[in-house]
Design a protein around this ligand. Sequence first.
Ligand SMILES: NC(=O)c1ccc[n+]([C@@H]2O[C@H](COP(=O)([O-])OP(=O)(O)OC[C@H]3O[C@@H](n4cnc5c(N)ncnc54)[C@H](O)[C@@H]3O)[C@@H](O)[C@H]2O)c1
Length: 319
Amino acid sequence: MIPDSSPTPKVALIGGGSIGCGWAALCAANGWETVLLDADERSADRALAESARRARILVGLGRADAGLVDQGIDRMQLGRSLLQACGSADWIIESLPEELPLKQRMFENIGQVARADAVITSSSSALPITDIAARCREPGRCLVAHPLNPPELIPLIEVVPGKFTSPQATESVLVWLRALGRIPITLKKEVPGNVVGRIAGAVWRECIDLVLTGVVDVDDLDRAVSLGPGLGWAAAGPHLTYHLGAGEGGVKLFLEQLLQAFESWWGSLAQWTKLEPEQVRALTAQIEKAYGEKIGALGEARDRRLAAILRALEESRRA
Ligand SMILES: NC(=O)c1ccc[n+]([C@@H]2O[C@H](COP(=O)([O-])OP(=O)(O)OC[C@H]3O[C@@H](n4cnc5c(N)ncnc54)[C@H](O)[C@@H]3O)[C@@H](O)[C@H]2O)c1
């Protein structure tokens, strides 16, 4: 039985890679108490430092309050064992590598040491919680809460209950996510890749195809997405965009006017499901040629743009 969710739960973070550190930074930025457990002491020390660094960056980006971040970093500790990390946690967030047997074993072990009323979420991008928690004691407390990278900046979270997830567990996670300033969406059934992965996968396949077949260079393709549909979709999703696409006639008129054109494009879109090694090499070479190797600096610039877009969207919602 999951009790009424506390607005500031004690959080255990299992796995301190890119996503675990993002969750840790987000919780710290809200002043929450966290315990972080990684595979060994060295990687855990590194993850703790990385989480604190990413939480502090949020202050510079105008996405967090310095005092709360200091409080959250003070309240962040390393887990010494699964029992010590999870035993008193309200919310346990698993962010291990995307391998089903590894996650299944972890959920089974967490199930042994967590309180019966704790909620356990997986950050998995593609694995269903119905499989991940198959051997977990009391699986009604398990669900997927899938963030986008970087989790401390992008507010959308996909919440995916499994066959056995209790409505109370889902509700607790929704309350906590909103308290963290996230914008959750709830999927009504499990599908491979969830909603976001399927959309990203479909668009990216066509983008790769357009580059590899020589229609457009990598940097122009990226501009076409970011300043074309990407810019529009940040303001209004595809359905609202097309509802507004034919003036007062709404989506009904839009479909009358343009469905045929879309149908002819759908017929010629890329359909492949596998990239051959030489295509992977060609794609990698073209992306590296377009952007070079300064990954850190490119990431920082991307995060500044993300923060600016979020600020603008929030201001326009308030206006
Ligand atoms: N990277 C992304 O863009 C992204 C986005 C959203 C969701 N996800 C999902 O989040 C999860 C984590 O992804 P990631 O990119 O952070 O992976 P990662 O490989 O960067 O990190 C995994 C961490 O788990 C640790 N670990 C491995 N076994 C462990 C164990 N038994 N106990 C404790 N720690 C252990 C590793 O040391 C590592 O620090 C995956 O399920 C992935 O699908 C990834």
